[in-house]
Design a protein around this ligand. Structure first.
Ligand code: IPM
Ligand code: MG
Length: 369
């Protein structure tokens, strides 16, 4: 373990990506004032759809290299619907970063907070606390336009490939089981559900076969299976019964939005994308052009992604301050909701981005050390 400074590559990106990144950095700074030196150096990088429109590339020269040598990457949001490639797809350098750094483990926590909207009438919905573990480098996204792998058969047919490899899937499932162990240590359920479509696709039967192989190495962790269509149903019918849900990339993209909706909306959807050597942290929401520049965005998904980043850095740096800061920020969000002091406009509340940020900073200042 090294004990030096950590370099964070920061891409604010487009639209509300800028606002929610600023909010996150302000909350981390408040945590630092309470806890002591976090030894973070930020490097701000230009990238996104706006940059592409103005300069013709989706990242500034040198930016990709800078992400490579960083200890972590923080990304606000990227995308402007009117700025597209010729094939009709949107600007997404983020997909390239996932592939370049093999960020296979997309961790998307879904947690119900008190006083945040409960979209399900059943009172057990207050206990929703699960993680969508979305494989983030292959699956159907192997064929994402950004990678240029679609097969354009003719003017009348296009084929995309869903790829499952043993190497990535073993690492993904191991990650799922270790995450479940960690969650159990922290009082969670500690169970893993393999979400697939093994009844129909060879690739998915393969995904499940590897799940079984790896499950055998974690006999202390309970495991089960669910077909992805049934999982969509069960996320409405009994989401409180699930803990870690591990799945292919596209399934995870879709179900993580659904699950985000269960606990309020995308403004709560934090995300960590972790590989063997790199980690990228971003809210799972987009750039929200409809509310850009209006101080309306809910920054909590980004702030919670910042806490995930600190937790990740703690493992690399060995610094207790990183762990403490992550816990402090998570506790501030929890107690803020408990006291009804966090009321995002996203949920019909009266607080814009800046107001929520100020409140979070106060909560961090007030928290017991
Ligand atoms: C997400 C987003 C991205 C994805 C887009 C913006 C490329 O929806 O992080 O879930 O599809 O992975
Ligand atoms: Mg998505």
């Amino acid at each position: 373990m090294k004990n030096s400074r950590s370099r964070i590559a920061v891409i604010k990106g487009d639209g509300i990506g800028v606002d929610v990144t600023d909010a996150t950095l302000a909350v981390i700074e408040a945590a630092e004032k309470r806890i002591g030196d976090l030894a973070l150096d930020y490097e701000f990088l230009d990238a996104g759809a706006g940059y592409f429109r103005d300069h013709g590339t989706d990242m500034a020269p040198g930016a990709e290299k800078a992400t490579e040598s960083a200890d972590a990457i923080f990304l606000g949001a990227i995308g402007i619907p009117t700025v597209r490639h010729e094939d009709g797809t949107e600007i997404a350098p983020h997909l390239r970063l996932r592939e370049t750094f093999q960020l296979y483990a997309g961790v998307r926590p879904v947690k119900a907070y008190p006083n945040a909207p409960q979209r399900l009438a059943d009172e057990r919905a207050a206990g929703i606390d699960l993680v969508i573990l979305r494989e983030s480098t292959e699956g159907l996204f192997y064929s994402a336009a950004a990678h240029g792998r679609s097969e354009i058969v003719s003017d009348d047919e296009v084929r995309d490939t869903l790829r499952i490899t043993r190497a990535t899937t073993e690492k993904l499932h191991d990650f799922a089981f270790r995450l479940a162990q960690k969650r159990r240590e922290r009082g969670g359920q500690g169970r893993v559900t393999c979400v697939d479509k093994a009844n129909v696709f060879r690739s998915m039967a393969f995904f499940r076969k590897i799940f079984d192989e790896r499950a055998a190495k974690f006999p202390d962790v309970e495991h089960s299976y669910n077909y992805v269509d049934a999982q969509a149903l069960d996320l409405i019918r009994r989401p409180w019964e699930f803990d870690v849900l591990v799945m292919e990339n596209m399934f995870g993209d879709i179900l993580s939005d659904l699950a985000g909706g269960l606990v309020g909306g995308m403004g709560m959807a934090a995300c960590a994308e972790i590989g063997d050597t790199h980690g990228l942290f971003q809210p799972a929401h987009g750039s929200a052009p409809d509310i850009t520049g209006q101080d309306k965005a809910n920054p909590l998904a980004a702030v919670l992604s910042g806490a995930l980043m600190l937790d990740y850095l703690a493992d690399r740096s060995g610094l207790q301050a990183h762990t403490d800061a992550a816990h402090l920020i998570e506790a501030a969000v929890q107690s803020g909701f408990e006291a009804n002091r966090l009321r995002p406009m996203e949920f019909g509340g009266d607080q814009g981005t800046r107001e929520i940020t100020r409140e979070l900073v106060t909560l961090v200042e007030e928290a017991r050390p």
